[in-house]
Write a protein that binds this ligand. Structure first.
Ligand SMILES: NC(=O)c1ccc[n+]([C@@H]2O[C@H](COP(=O)([O-])OP(=O)(O)OC[C@H]3O[C@@H](n4cnc5c(N)ncnc54)[C@H](OP(=O)(O)O)[C@@H]3O)[C@@H](O)[C@H]2O)c1
Length: 256
């Protein structure tokens, strides 16, 4: 086996939702693997701190303000990325939000917010990336960040689950449509990791009891996403397409 097959030298990666949580971590991991990285999100101050850190470590990075729900903002971000580094040939489609609550009590505004960000946003970003990869005729990889909640149900997460199930179908369809063009589209389905999205819950007694009852008995650690991300992003995963990769400590083998 070629030990360099996880290397991302020469690649241009764009990560959405790079201002916190998984997205910030993924941006650092991709830069450390050799990619030039573009960090996208709305909170630009955080992106600039991240980009400065990566530059200080010897990497190449660009911060771009980006609202994934807005097609013009998405196109502008990709244009800025391309002007700086060339065509984005690796997308980590990660931005997402949650609005817990039972479906019959969900406010229409919350439905719109979660669906627009997690599903429409994921489509807008992936479609923009794919159009540019196709125009450049150089292939590429798209890694969508779905969730175990796209594959199973859990009380109080109906809207979020519906969007993540949508991201899974988006992944399969784009994989099918783009396979002949050397563009792979896969999804990681994380279990629970503590981020700004859920830290209050996992700091509570109820959150700790929930996690203790899972097969792994603990939350995921950020670095446990590195191998799965690099597998799907790099040539190590060159024949993996349309796949869903749970990273959940076995959570999906029980009812979640
Ligand atoms: N943590 C978990 O346990 C878990 C499990 C399964 C899946 N996930 C998924 O992992 C992804 C990252 O979540 P996280 O846990 O890292 O949460 P997080 O720390 O809250 O990060 C969410 C990111 O999404 C960005 N974002 C939200 N709305 C956006 C918009 N309209 N345009 C651009 N960026 C937007 C935020 O940036 P700005 O606010 O600066 O724009 C932020 O960087 C999400 O898709 C989430 O559903 C998380």
């Amino acid at each position: 086996m070629d030990s360099k097959c996880f290397d991302l030298s020469g690649r241009v990666a764009l990560v959405t939702g790079a201002s916190s949580g998984f997205g910030e971590h993924f941006t650092r991991v991709l830069a450390a693997a050799g990619a030039r990285v573009v960090a996208g999100a709305r909170r630009e101050d955080r992106l600039h701190r991240l980009v400065d850190d990566i530059a200080a470590a010897g990497g190449a990075a660009l911060a771009v303000a980006m609202d994934v729900t807005d097609a013009a903002s998405v196109a502008a971000a990709f244009a800025a990325a391309e002007a700086k580094f060339g065509t984005v040939d690796l997308l980590v489609n990660n931005a997402g939000v949650a609005a817990p609550g039972t479906l019959h009590k969900t406010a229409e505004a919350d439905w719109d917010w979660v669906v627009d960000t997690n599903l429409k946003g994921a489509w807008l970003v992936a479609a923009e990336a794919a159009r540019r990869m196709l125009a450049a005729r150089r292939g590429g990889a798209i890694v969508n960040i779905a969730s175990v909640l796209g594959m199973a149900t859990s009380r109080g997460h109906g809207v979020y689950s519906a969007t993540k199930a949508g991201v899974i179908q988006l992944t399969k369809h784009m994989a099918l449509e783009l396979a002949g063009k050397n563009i792979r589209v896969n999804a990681i389905c994380p279990g629970y990791f503590k981020t700004e999205m859920n830290d209050e819950y996992f700091d509570s007694a109820a959150g700790q009891a929930y996690i203790a009852a899972t097969p792994g008995g603990r939350l995921g650690r950020m670095e446990e996403m590195d191998g799965p991300l690099l597998l799907l992003a790099s040539d190590a995963g060159s024949f993996i397409n349309g796949a869903l990769l749970p990273v959940d400590g076995g959570h999906l083998v029980m009812s979640i």
